[in-house]
Design a protein around this ligand. Structure first.
Ligand SMILES: Nc1ncnc2c1ncn2[C@@H]1O[C@H](COP(=O)(O)OP(=O)(O)OP(=O)(O)O)[C@@H](O)[C@H]1O
Length: 240
């Protein structure tokens, strides 16, 4: 479980996250939505201890991320697929991550298979990868430690239609097995299909949260609801 409690984050004078509270529950995919600059990435970074809150707290399984004995064994993170070292092969990237995590090499083969990167692709330098292949590799790194929680920022970016379906099935299976998924995305049709719960922020503040089906009642689709919730003059917020 992920708990965000009255989180406030600032960059100098910029108030990026303003009193945000929500939980991402085990067994559910929580879609985290908001317009550009709404504060999604900042919140995800705070959850994994990369951004220090001005006030408030984030917890993973009831404790701050930094207090987890082996964070990578509990939380799989994919924040920026473009951040991988371009000079290493996919396999080298995974082997290094496996050493850091203290998991066996067998996991490298297992996650390569899970994300659908072939032996030949894994031998290529990351610099030659398409964005979709980088996303798959990023997800492989996230899954390496067999975490029960996934924190993913735009994981379907650059994936082809088959890749998007594959990602959806993987996340649904992960949650069905009891895992917690916190997923930030602008791909609203995709979020509508995969998410169980939704958290919508605008201008750093929560504008809606609750079960997807409850929030969508009365709306044509998630796009319509999102645009209505995040319109500049509509920041009253709803909780379903
Ligand atoms: N390193 C930084 N320095 C200064 N301001 C920042 C920094 N990172 C983010 N911000 C600002 O904080 C606010 C929230 O940004 P954040 O990246 O969290 O939004 P986001 O919802 O993830 O946006 P996007 O959908 O565009 O990725 C924005 O106003 C942004 O300009």
């Amino acid at each position: 479980m992920i708990t965000v409690e009255r989180l406030v984050c600032r960059y100098g004078d910029v108030l990026a996250v303003d009193d945000v509270s929500f939980t991402a529950e085990p067994g559910r995919v929580t879609g985290f939505l908001g317009p550009n600059g709404a504060g999604k990435s900042t919140t995800l970074r705070a959850v994994i201890g990369l951004t220090r809150p001005a006030s408030g707290a984030t917890r993973v399984n009831g404790v701050p991320y930094a207090a987890l004995a082996s964070p990578g064994r509990h939380v799989g993170v994919l924040l920026d697929a473009a951040a991988q070292h371009v000079g290493r092969s996919g396999r080298e990237t995974l082997v290094l991550a496996a050493i850091l995590l203290g998991v066996g090499r067998a996991r490298v083969d297992a996650v390569l298979e899970t994300v659908g990167l072939t032996e030949r692709e894994a031998a290529r330098r990351v610099g030659t990868y398409s964005l979709g292949m980088r996303q798959r590799l990023g997800l492989a790194v996230a899954l390496l430690g067999e975490p029960e929680i996934l924190v993913l920022d735009e994981p379907a970016n650059g994936l082809d239609p088959a890749g998007i379906r594959w990602m959806r099935d993987l996340l649904a299976r992960f949650a069905a097995d009891g895992g917690t998924v916190l997923l930030s995305s602008h791909q609203l049709a995709e979020v509508q299909r995969v998410a169980d719960d939704l958290v919508v922020i605008g201008g750093g503040r929560i504008v809606a949260q609750g079960a997807k089906d409850d929030l969508l009642a009365g709306s044509q689709d998630l796009e319509e609801l999102f645009l209505q919730l995040t319109a500049p003059d509509s920041r009253d917020g709803i909780v379903a």
